[in-house]
Write a protein that binds this ligand. Structure first.
Ligand SMILES: *Cc1c(COP(=O)(O)O)cnc(C)c1O
Length: 378
């Protein structure tokens, strides 16, 4: 695809840019998604859990071909790549990374080549579709044994970019959670405020979201304050505690808020503390991308009541937290918003002709061995 096919909607319709126009002037941005995403009441699922006011923010529909929470970040990150006239973008993640997949798809739409530096993870159906989708979006997919070899690989790809194009590939951190990428989620909270003002839901007491590279939770926490909403972010940790925890989330919130203020001094200064959000650790299970029984039950409930697909590594663990809290009675009389971060667009058109044999050999194992037992799609 080429740039002529991109939606031409003016960026002026981002609520963040309407309130702080200097950010529109300063920050790189390219429209990729379909915003605002729908906000809906989960009537029957709420009934099942004994919640009168359970809502869902449909970021699974954030893009026309591929949704999920990476699209909002990529609007800024790939905007930056365009501004810098990069030819390539380089990012990293685990083998099934939704972030690497989204980057591959949207970079390709902008005529940029995506290099995905990936590490091994537990096998899952979504991992297979993501690899094939990345392949059909012409991404260069590389599998490295661990962090050490990936760092070596990054140096090599950087050097190669310099030799080939006279420029380094644009580096996009794992999960897209640099301050610039996180601005997409600051805007998302302002988008929610506009939907509340329009009467789509009452102001939520609690907003549940999975927490991996922490950008979604960090951006929402900042944006909610900026929007004047008292809602509390409940960040359900889905990766190892050394990578995501209360102090790291607070540091990322502060870093991102000062980044925004550096770009627009009209953006208010807020004091953030660890009391401003909740991090939940007990839904993580045995490791990153290891599905849990509670997550599987959450995915079943969502499928049966709404048809919306859950992801065992992320969104299912966050919804499992809502189910557990509801069962304990902690959510009585509360207005609860589930922020759905996993893509729900059908990838079939993208991958139906893709053959895993065209992937580098190192990836074939994911197609030749079983997925983990809890990953049933029946
Ligand atoms: C990346 C991802 C997350 C985690 O978001 P972060 O901003 O990295 O914390 C949650 N859910 C899904 C489906 C994801 O792909």
């Amino acid at each position: 695809m080429n740039t002529n096919e991109l939606p031409t909607t003016s960026p002026t319709d981002l609520p963040l840019f309407r309130v702080w126009p200097a950010l529109r002037e300063r920050l790189p941005y390219v429209r990729l998604g379909q915003l605002p995403t729908p906000l809906e009441k989960l009537e029957t699922a709420g009934l099942e859990l004994g919640l009168d006011r359970l809502y869902i923010k449909r970021d699974d529909l954030s893009g026309e071909v591929y949704g999920g929470n990476k699209v909002r970040k990529l609007e800024f990150l790939l905007g930056d790549a365009l501004r810098k006239r990069s030819k390539e973008v380089l990012t990293m993640g685990f083998a099934g990374s939704n972030h690497a997949t989204a980057t591959a798809i949207y970079a390709n739409r902008l005529g940029l080549k995506c290099i995905s530096m990936l590490m091994p993870q537990t096998n899952a159906h979504y991992l297979r579709s993501n690899l094939l989708a990345g392949r059909s979006a012409h991404a260069e997919l590389c599998l490295y044994a661990n962090m050490l070899t990936i760092v070596g690989g990054i140096y090599w790809k950087m050097l190669r970019g310099l030799l080939r194009h006279g420029a380094l590939p644009k580096y996009i951190p794992g999960g897209g959670s640099s301050p610039l990428g996180i601005v997409g989620y600051v805007n998302a909270a302002l988008e929610l405020k506009a939907q509340i003002d329009a009467g789509l839901m009452p102001p939520p007491d609690l907003i549940y979201v999975p927490m991996g590279s922490m950008g979604t939770a960090a951006g929402l926490a900042i944006g909610l304050r900026a929007a004047g909403l008292g809602s509390r972010v409940v960040a359900v940790r889905v990766i190892g505690k050394i990578h995501a925890n209360e102090s790291k989330l607070l540091a990322l919130i502060r870093k991102t808020a000062s980044y925004i203020r550096r770009n627009d001094t009209a953006f208010p200064h807020f004091d953030f503390s660890q009391n401003d959000f909740t991090v939940r650790h007990e839904f993580y299970g045995d490791g990153y991308a290891h599905f849990t029984e509670e997550g599987a039950a959450a995915a079943r409930l969502m499928r049966d009541k709404t048809g919306i697909p859950m992801n065992g590594s992320y969104s299912a663990k966050a919804f499992a937290a809502i189910m557990a809290d509801a069962a304990r009675g902690d959510l009585k009389d509360k207005t609860v918003l589930f922020w759905n971060t996993f893509n729900s667009r059908d990838l079939t058109p993208l991958i139906q002709n893709a053959d895993y044999h065209t992937l580098p050999r190192a990836f074939h194992r994911y197609f030749k061995t079983d997925v983990q037992p809890l990953d049933s799609i029946s």
